[in-house]
Design a binder for this molecule. Sequence first.
Ligand code: SF4
Length: 310
Amino acid sequence: MEFERPGIIRPPSEQASYFLPLTSGCSNNTCTFCGYYGSKLRMREVDDVRKEIDAMALYMHHGVQLPTVPNIVYAVLQSWDGRRVFLQDGDALVYPFPKLNEVMEYLNEKFPDLERIGSYATPQDILRKGLDELRTLRELKLGIVYVGVESGDDEVLYKVGKGVNHDQLVEAGTKTKQAGITLSVTVILGLGGVDGSQEHALETARVLTEIDPEYAGALTLTLVPGTPLYEEWRQGDFSLITAFDSLKELKTMVENSDFADCFFSSMHASNYYSVRGRLPQEKSRMVRELEEVLARQDPELLRPEFLRGL
Ligand code: SF4
């Protein structure tokens, strides 16, 4: 079956990157809150990826476009500065190591000035790879991986089908850092629902402390129609926390986490309020800011529902 190019879903920090698809879908398609739930993982043939890299090089070095190459390739290349590549899709790091090695070697060969390759990864993808393999990928410029941690609470992780527990999240994070790869993680406010809110926030602060990533981002749960969690909510089996309660969770996470040096942000469009800063250096300022918003309880201070995005 021919590989179908996935739509572009990427972290905000990869906006200037070239998007190179290696897979489509996600290998851990069981997360009940995620749009990738039930998606079929497809792997692209290495030869096909190499052809795309050839086309990239031909265009970037000689301005030549080939009629057989999809337009999207040239649309992205037009504004590409040749520095960063983001591997698609939901967890491109599931691509088997020998193939990943080959693709990344080829990218480096064709673009020697490449600065960084980035990818989404599930904790399982990282645990499956050897430390020596991750180090090899680092040498081939895999500079950053983006991992959805979602929660540090085992009960929440189990309920939402994350497929890993707290300790495995820590193991995957630690391994990534040992390989010298920068780690950017996301957690989801509200994922424990009303009943599990406090435990979710505290355990998430604990898992963040133990992983100690360079970047951490908070998102706010947004129910996606068609996912199992959306159905649970519709049937009254899952209750969404309020906007202000999501800020309480955020404050608990900022207050109780202990990082060596982490850029923490809730700038994502799904959040009701944006706060960001370096932790631990700016912890007091960030906590104070959240306390003020919580004390005022003024909905005008929050991002309106219609402006929230996934
Ligand atoms: S591992 Fe990530 S991308 Fe895959 S289904 Fe879960 S949340 Fe979605």
